[in-house]
Structure formats: C-alpha cells, structure tokens
Design a protein around this ligand. Sequence first.
Ligand SMILES: C[S@@+](CC[C@H](N)C(=O)[O-])C[C@H]1O[C@@H](n2cnc3c(N)ncnc32)[C@H](O)[C@@H]1O
Length: 293
Amino acid sequence: MAWIQLRIHTHRDHADMLGDLLMDQGSVSITYEDGQDEPIFEPKLGETPLWQDTILIALFDADTDLAPTIEFLETMPFLGKGFTHKIEQVEDKDWVREWMDSFHPIQFGQRLWICPSWREIPDPAAVNVILDPGLAFGTGTHPTTALCLEWLDSLDLTDQEVIDFGCGSGILAIAAIKLGAKKVTGVDIDYQAIDASKANAERNNVVEQLSLYLPENQPANLQADVLVANILAGPLKELAPLIAEKVKTGGKLALSGLLQEQAQDVSDFYSQWFDMEPACHKEDWSRLSGIRK
Ligand SMILES: C[S@@+](CC[C@H](N)C(=O)[O-])C[C@H]1O[C@@H](n2cnc3c(N)ncnc32)[C@H](O)[C@@H]1O
C-alpha cells in the first residue's frame, strides 16, 4: 500500500494538539522528529518529552486529497496562512524485509557474536548469542551495549556468578552465561524486559542458569563476582549503594549508559566503594569499570 506524508514544523507546546487534529482529518499515524539537532537524554520515568522545535509527520493513504486539511490547518492561530509544510510520497516497500535486512551478526571482542535468528551464524565455533530485536532494549547495535559486551568478553567468566542490573532483552546476561558464567541474575524495572529476557534465554538454551526479578522481588542478600549495569547516569548514581552491596570484595563492576561528559562524575562517586579504572568510550558514550574494595 502506498502512502503520502505531511511534514509540519511546530513547537512542542502545539505538537500533541496538532497530532490530534490530523488524526481527526484521517491521518493513520503521527510521528515526531527532532527539528534541530537537540537530543533528549534521561527523561523522567513515564515522561515522553518533545523537542522545542518538533517536526510532526502525519501519514495518510496515497489517494487522500490534503488540500482541505491544509486549508483547515491555516485557520489555526498557531500555524496561520502559508504555514511551512511539505507533502511527500512514501515509497511502497516491504518494510519488514527492509527492517530484517538492516540487522546482521556483529562480533564483540575476541569470542562473542550476537546473531539475528534469520541470519547464518558466521563462526559456529565462536560464542554465539541468538537474539532478535524486540520490545526490550538491547540488540548490540547501541554503543553502550557494545561496550558492555566487549567488557564481558574480556573477562574469564568461568564458574562466576554475575548480576545484570537493567537486563532489558537479556543480551548481557545471556552473553555472560555463554561465556562461562555458572549463574546469572537479571533485574529490571520493566516486566516486558523480564519477559523478553526469559524468551531470549529459552531460545539460547540457558534458562537454567538465569534468574530474573523485578527489583522489589530480588533476593535480599544477592552478591556476585561480576556486576554489569547499563542504565543511565542518574539511576546509576541513585543505585550506587545498592549496586556496591551486590558485588563481592574483589569482584568486578562495569557501568554504562553514561555520556562521556558524565563519566568522571559517576566514576568519582563510585570510587567510595570501587577502585575505578580509566573509562572506555564509543561514540558519545562511556563505560566505567572497577574492582570492589
Ligand atoms: C539501556 S537498557 C540496557 C539493556 C541491556 N542490559 C543492554 O545492555 O542492552 C536499560 C534497562 O535498565 C532498566 N532499568 C532502568 N532503571 C532501572 C532500575 N532502577 N532498576 C532496574 N532496571 C532499570 C530499563 O527498564 C532497561 O531495560
């Protein structure tokens, strides 16, 4: 099916109302894009903030006559006559095929590969995690996940106990098991992440070694040899005493989800409990590591 899309530059204060108006005018979907490179990092839980300069994109069936919609929008005081907009044809494609084609097996470190299930495994002798993109975060394509996977690959995890705090898709937990960990605990505040981790563990035949918990249900005295947490700078600082408690003396820690400019502050904070090592960076992101004092 072919589509046309109407793109309108607007202010964030008007974006929701404009979206509702366009849905009333027959749009089948509304999406928002950043109108000026103005990234939004770490929104509060439950908030979905928009950019000050937001581009609204309304999708319509290809045979829709948009002239009456444009005329109607020109009567809105916050847009006005001759408001800036663009109408574009959307090429008809097999979107699912296109999306699947964009995922390839990726190698992390020396031994580890993350492979989508529909691709051939490039090196059957390597440590292969089969993982498809889904609702929970973590396919290996994000620099913070990549930094954590490379760190796990660099360790000897044989017979180690590992905690993956903020497990998302379970990618780090499953990789740790496949790299030799005897027992891994995944914790996440999002029940969809717990479900996704369970499904991915089943696909990788590692269910036995993986325990999954919402934070309120996690065992009180849980301690591990290795803890990895790819969350965000704010929650990582809030969780620091709890995270420190969960790592055995001499145990290893990796933190990611940090922007480069946040790394020093978080490292200084964690140095109360850990001997911190120099940060590693990928694109705008950083990974910290340390040894429990
Ligand atoms: C960036 S994703 C990381 C997912 C995966 N571990 C990876 O490296 O790709 C962060 C995950 O942490 C979870 N999370 C955020 N705050 C948390 C908290 N306070 N306690 C536990 N999990 C949390 C989120 O629900 C999300 O699944």
